[in-house]
Write a protein that binds this ligand. Structure first.
Ligand code: ZN
Length: 248
């Protein structure tokens, strides 16, 4: 086992998409369980991956759970409004304190992402089972590690520009669709001490999260979004920079 602390990931999902027969066939235990399984397979013994869902008390995102979470992955679609604002506040605070956040597919409209972006986060969409090609536009970025220049998703929902988000700090993927649209499908931001990665592939009626390259993207995203150093503690920083010079 390589050195370094365990990467602790919590995968949050609504746990409602299985109510659609075509989604249940692809993700019998829910999308969150498929995402978690992919992360466990890719990250191996260096990671501890748990899941959380909407229906649990506190949506399974208590302060204790978030304290023990390095990176939170979020998949939501039809129940964004049902997420308790107290939990949203808690998630946002943890991100600003340094918890990583992976925002997946329709979670562009999730409350935590809207809050952290400050914009409408709207986009164009058409669910017509079109071919999507996810192009790597930052091959040296850690999230692109080990990936081909282009990932082909044979059938997927189209997400197109304009995507109403602040310009990403780093753009890792751009998707093109059979219908001609393009979309910034892999975007990175920093908010406070936290790193945020939005990745658009992942509609519930296509087996996107079973695709090996997609599992790799999410695992790379989790590694990247982890806070760089657990010792970073802004609360105990000196009030004046004098101590910094003494230490030289
Ligand atoms: Zn969708």
């Amino acid at each position: 086992m390589t050195a370094g602390a365990l990467l602790k990931v919590t995968v949050w999902g609504e746990g409602l998409e299985q109510e659609k027969p075509e989604a249940k066939r692809i993700y019998p235990d829910g999308i969150h369980e498929a995402i978690a399984a992919g992360l466990r397979a890719e990250l191996g013994e260096n990671a501890l991956v748990r899941t959380a869902t909407l229906e649990a008390p506190d949506h399974d995102l208590s302060g204790e759970v978030l304290e023990e979470t390095d990176v939170l992955a979020w998949w939501g679609h039809r129940a964004h409004e049902d997420v308790d604002d107290v939990v949203v506040d808690r998630v946002v605070e943890h991100v600003l304190d340094g918890m990583g956040l992976l925002v997946l597919h329709s979670s562009h409209f999730s409350k935590p992402f809207l809050r952290l972006m400050g914009t409408r986060c709207s986009l164009r969409w058409r669910n017509d089972a079109e071919r999507e090609i996810v192009w790597t536009v930052a091959p040296s970025h850690p999230i692109a590690e080990g990936l081909p220049p282009a990932i082909v998703i044979p059938e997927h929902e189209m997400y197109g520009e304009y995507f109403d988000v602040p310009p990403p700090d780093e753009l890792v993927f751009i998707s093109s669709f059979a219908g001609g649209e393009v979309f910034r499908s892999g975007c990175c931001w920093t908010r406070g001490n936290g790193r945020i990665f939005y990745f658009s592939p992942g509609h519930e009626t296509f087996p996107v999260y079973h695709q090996p390259e997609i599992k790799r993207v999410l695992a790379n995203g989790a590694r990247w979004a982890r806070r760089r150093s657990a010792s970073v503690d802004t609360a105990s920083s000196p009030n004046s920079p004098a101590g910094w010079f003494d230490a030289q």
